[in-house]
Design a protein around this ligand. Structure first.
Ligand SMILES: Cc1cc2nc3c(=O)[nH]c(=O)nc-3n(C[C@H](O)[C@H](O)[C@H](O)COP(=O)(O)OP(=O)(O)OC[C@H]3O[C@@H](n4cnc5c(N)ncnc54)[C@H](O)[C@@H]3O)c2cc1C
Length: 399
């Protein structure tokens, strides 16, 4: 059990929310000599209720979202390997990432553009090469493939647990099962209140994911939350879908976006939809569950891409994520300098979690981070919102 914190004590940095980004920020902060660090999490250590839940996440280097992310992805890849080494646990499955679509599909054009601009390692596959190399997919006439050899599958729960264990071993104190109710910036840092404790900190890092609107009024007009689903299906021959043969994948046909990962349990394969118009809401508390007809709608489409899958999802889980209008994350320090916010990771943030954690550490400790582009700041988000007003409510792609 962590030692208690008293209201008289002033900790250097408190991290609120020990999920994807919070756990990584705590891991990075735990390596700064002489810094007192406290983590506060509403649930237990590496629970199943955050946006990181669901067995696997995609890591991609050939990023269709564009050049803004390339320095971050390069850093993140390094950090994932470092975390694996320190934790002595496999977190990143280096299986490559395969994109499938027609040559004119916007996602394929954008992925190709990033590869060509940055000279990234890749393999382009024509229809026949794709059919031969990856017979698990039902390749339609006109489909081509892009293999990103630096792509990977990440194990999110293992990653969060590893980062927290390392942080705690390095001396970070944690308050688990403590929901923060208020964060009040003052003259000399911030006062953080839970139902049980009052914590004073020089700086608070708020990484509360889909709950961000509860503690960060400044983000409320810039985000919405969305219901997302993950699904797993059973193929006839599971041996073809194990990590040694089956890269993580994304498949785009018009507005249809499927993504998935190799079998990690030995009987099912993750094939999940990133479309199908799922509910959105201004806050997590208002977010409706998956619609009742979701499983049959999903099953009807899966057989188009994987004819040998039993069309009934053997696992179907409901998740949530906070989005910004243009899917660019919010990472910033407020005007008092005592609150650092990371929010709105928009369905593609897990792969960058160790880098967001590092940026949050730098903003909290040094006041600045060379890795953080201006596009991520609240001011930049507000400027873009003024130019292109957004009502939210539109379901968006993930992975
Ligand atoms: C289904 C799905 C698939 C995805 N696929 C991919 C993918 O393939 N690749 C990719 O890169 N990204 C993907 N993403 C996105 C990625 O998982 C998220 O962007 C990321 O996990 C968000 O991290 P976070 O730290 O903001 O939130 P979380 O990981 O949810 O962490 C927030 C933490 O804050 C805690 N908390 C909240 N409020 C309080 C409070 N008041 N007091 C104390 N603690 C609090 C929560 O309990 C939680 O632990 C996917 C997301 C989903 C949902």
């Amino acid at each position: 059990m962590s030692p208690a914190v008293t209201p008289e004590e002033l900790v250097d940095v408190a991290v609120i929310g020990a999920g994807s980004v919070g756990s990584m920020a705590l891991w990075h902060l735990s390596k700064v000599p002489g810094l007192s660090v406290l983590g506060i999490e509403q649930y237990g250590r590496a629970h199943g209720l955050g946006s990181f839940a669901g067995e696997s996440r995609l890591f991609r280097m050939a990023y269709k979202e564009g050049e803004l992310y390339l320095p971050l992805l390069t850093d993140a890849r390094r950090q994932w390997l470092e975390l694996e080494k320190e934790a002595d646990t496999q977190i990143m499955l280096q299986v490559g990432a395969l994109s499938i679509g027609t040559e004119t599909q916007p996602e394929m054009i954008a992925t190709r553009g990033t590869i060509d601009t940055f000279g990234l390692p890749h393999r382009y596959l024509d229809t026949e090469e794709l059919r031969k190399g990856f017979p698990q997919h039902d390749v339609h006439n006109g489909d081509v493939g892009i293999l990103d050899p630096c792509g990977a599958g990440l194990r999110p729960e293992v990653a969060v647990l590893s980062a927290l264990r390392l942080a705690e071993a390095n001396g970070v104190r944690m308050l688990y099962r403590s929901a923060v109710e208020t964060v009040e910036p003052g003259d000399n840092g911030v006062t953080i209140r839970t139902a049980r404790d009052v914590v004073r900190a020089r700086t608070a890092i708020v990484t509360t994911g889909s709950w961000a609107t509860d503690l960060l009024p400044g983000v409320r007009d810039l985000v919405h939350v969305q219901r997302l689903a993950l699904s797993w299906f059973m193929p006839t021959d599971i041996s073809r879908y194990l990590p040694d043969q089956f890269p993580v994948f994304m498949r785009d046909i018009g507005d249809v976006h499927f993504f998935g990962a190799p079998s990690l349990d030995g009987y099912s394969v993750k094939v999940s939809p990133g479309h199908l118009d799922l509910p959105t809401a201004p806050t997590l508390a208002e977010l409706p569950d998956l619609p009742n007809d979701f499983a049959p709608r999903l099953a009807a489409q899966v057989t188009d891409f994987f004819p040998d899958m039993n069309p009934e999802p053997v696992r179907l889980t409901a998740h949530h994520e906070m989005f910004t209008a243009d899917r660019v994350p919010i990472v910033d320090r407020d005007s008092t300098g005592s609150v650092v916010a990371v929010a709105g990771l928009s369905g593609h943030g897990f792969k960058l979690a160790p880098t967001f954690g590092r940026i949050a550490r730098d903003l909290a400790v040094d006041g600045t981070s060379e890795l953080c582009p201006r596009e991520f700041t609240l001011a930049a988000h507000q400027e873009r919102a003024a130019l292109r007003p957004w009502r939210g409510g539109q379901s968006q792609h993930i992975s």
